[in-house]
Design a protein around this ligand. Sequence first.
Ligand SMILES: Nc1ncnc2c1ncn2[C@@H]1O[C@H](COP(=O)(O)OP(=O)(O)OP(=O)(O)O)[C@@H](O)[C@H]1O
Ligand SMILES: [Mg+2]
Length: 391
Amino acid sequence: MTRSRARVGPRRSGGPTAPPLDVDALIDDPATGIIVCCGSGGVGKTTTSAALALRAAEHGRTVVVLTIDPARRLAQSMGIEALDNTPRPVVGVEETRGGRLDAMMLDMKRTFDEVVESQATPEKARQILENPFYVALSSSFAGTQEYMAMEKLGQIHADARRDGTYDLIVVDTPPSRSALDFLDAPERLSSFLDGRFIRLLLAPARGPARMMTAGLSLITNALTKILGAQVLRDMQTFVAAFDTLFGGFRQRAQKTFELLQDDHTAFLVVAAPEPDALREAAYFVERLSEDRMPLAGLVVNRASPAPTGVLSPDEAMVAAVRLRERQPDSVTAGLLRLHADRSRMVEREATLRDRFAAAHPEVPTAVVPALPGDVHDLTGLRRIGELLAGE
Ligand SMILES: Nc1ncnc2c1ncn2[C@@H]1O[C@H](COP(=O)(O)OP(=O)(O)OP(=O)(O)O)[C@@H](O)[C@H]1O
Ligand SMILES: [Mg+2]
């Protein structure tokens, strides 16, 4: 499938300033079917996905946003406190242009259960779902949440295609330390599941005991001591039961990967205007291009708002020092200092962005200033949407 419009490409040469990200062009383009918001922990992925989804819906698209762990008040205002894995209509969306917005919060464990139920016979599914090792894996294995977010995306996409329910799916990603976790998760989960270690454990459950070498029984004995016989038995039963699903998991992960590589998908990398976050964003941008996944742009979120006034930070500092010499407790001197600090911060952030742009000049960028308070309702989301669109 080809898109009518190339989203990424150098628009100008010269200075390191990044081309602006045209968010409205992205959400108004009927060819945009999936938007994935990635980034490291706490940078504003959930906020950005919800804001984009709301704006797209109010621009007339039929949208579903798949959120992960939204802050409680935000979830409440979108009507998604219930973890039931079903998209629900968001109340209060302006629908005059014919669009609408559904939202859901990912229930990781439930998604995992649904996958097992859809892949195994009822008897086998029951065996797996009741197994304590499965319970632990499905709720706490590193990467499960990432993997399940992809699963759910795959499901919603298939349903949307079949029933015409949505023409745009906006996906939030889990609060991982690294944005890359999202892309690594399926591989990590499936290589864990068909890993050698697990195969070794599986051996006694499958083959005759004499097949076990002395070395292997040593390992198993050691594990029995460490983990306890029951745990080891649970693990073996789990793996044996899960075995039939291996192929299915890999295949599904592969399919979702292809979906992410599709021309109709757009990745947005969200970052805070800080060195670590931007470095992380740079890795992610490189990785997307290695994996041939379409990048729409970078969102630098919670940027320091530029102070008004014409004084440079140095001028403000000089003036503050002079004033203070004559008037030690001058309020104006305090304000001048504040102005200097703020302006320096804004300059520092601009330098960081320029550095990013110099290394990745082709990545369109939107800068969203920090609002004075948290974003926890539709009004706040609408405001973030406007800022994203450069209004
Ligand atoms: N531009 C902004 N101005 C003010 N507050 C913001 C802005 N963007 C995000 N926030 C606030 O910052 C907090 C973190 O945002 P959010 O939950 O979207 O981050 P996240 O990347 O999804 O975090 P996690 O990695 O934990 O999932 C929230 O309380 C949100 O309201
Ligand atoms: Mg989040």
